[in-house]
Design a protein around this ligand. Sequence first.
Ligand code: NAP
Length: 273
Amino acid sequence: MAYDLKDRVVFITGASSGIGRACAVAYHRAGARVAAAARSADKLETLASQLGDDRIVAVPMDVTVAADRDDALRVARERFGAIDVLVNNAGWASFGTVLRIPQDHVDRMISLNFAAPIAMIRAVLPEMLERGSGQIVNVSSVVGNQPIPRMTVYSATKAALSALSTGLRMELRGSGVDVLLVAPGSTNTPFFSSAATVDAKATRLAQTQHTPESVARAVLTSSRRRRSEVTLTAEGKLITAIRRVSHRLADGIMYQVAKRAMPVSTSDDTQPV
Ligand SMILES: NC(=O)c1ccc[n+]([C@@H]2O[C@H](COP(=O)([O-])OP(=O)(O)OC[C@H]3O[C@@H](n4cnc5c(N)ncnc54)[C@H](OP(=O)(O)O)[C@@H]3O)[C@@H](O)[C@H]2O)c1
């Protein structure tokens, strides 16, 4: 049975920019009530005033901070009631090899891309289970299906989110709570300019025609159809399919993609910064 989004309460992390912002607009247009969360209060307020009605609330928060999560969820519940749909979208990347990226970037990616989504899920799941209905939407990445060198740690956090989604879906079978894993391919958002890099050339992966609005459309359709997984972009689908047949071939392709997109010499990769 389709999931009707009208009047649902949708909590979206990373809603100040890119895919999260586009998802906030799309869910709002579908008639949902949206709690838009991120650190940039000004951007959230602009979004709320652009949408311009009482079905959107800005909830400034750092999703890695427990007190912020509690406050933001309290504000959303006071305004709209229990959360129906959680979109774990906030994310960040540091480009560079496992050896070269700073440890604090490793910690930040694990905390934001993986630990925070778990904490958010644990905070909203009881109310969903009580009502026998709800959706958890986790925004992973194609590189969570097939890692890419010089984005290995980021890829690993997304692969962890993917495994979390699969296991959680099995744990929740029959409960009425859906788990949707979304794996976007390279998308035209501030993601690449916000990323940290130990190699200034490592941003050419950003060249893409795919828009955050197209990702948001796929999220909305999948949410309505209660799909469990969706991988986006033709290249993303292709590399994911190739990996199922031959991980060696998929690794070879991604090695070449990284070599072209992030042109550093191999000796640089093994030199600590
Ligand atoms: N763009 C791509 O090519 C691509 C491909 C695959 C997957 N993804 C994934 O898609 C998701 C959205 O990325 P995007 O492309 O839309 O990038 P983006 O435009 O840079 O958006 C990232 C969002 O995360 C928020 N954020 C960052 N740190 C936060 C924190 N500590 N607490 C709360 N919010 C935080 C940012 O808002 P504030 O700075 O205001 O906090 C922003 O709204 C990410 O999970 C990313 O890994 C992106």
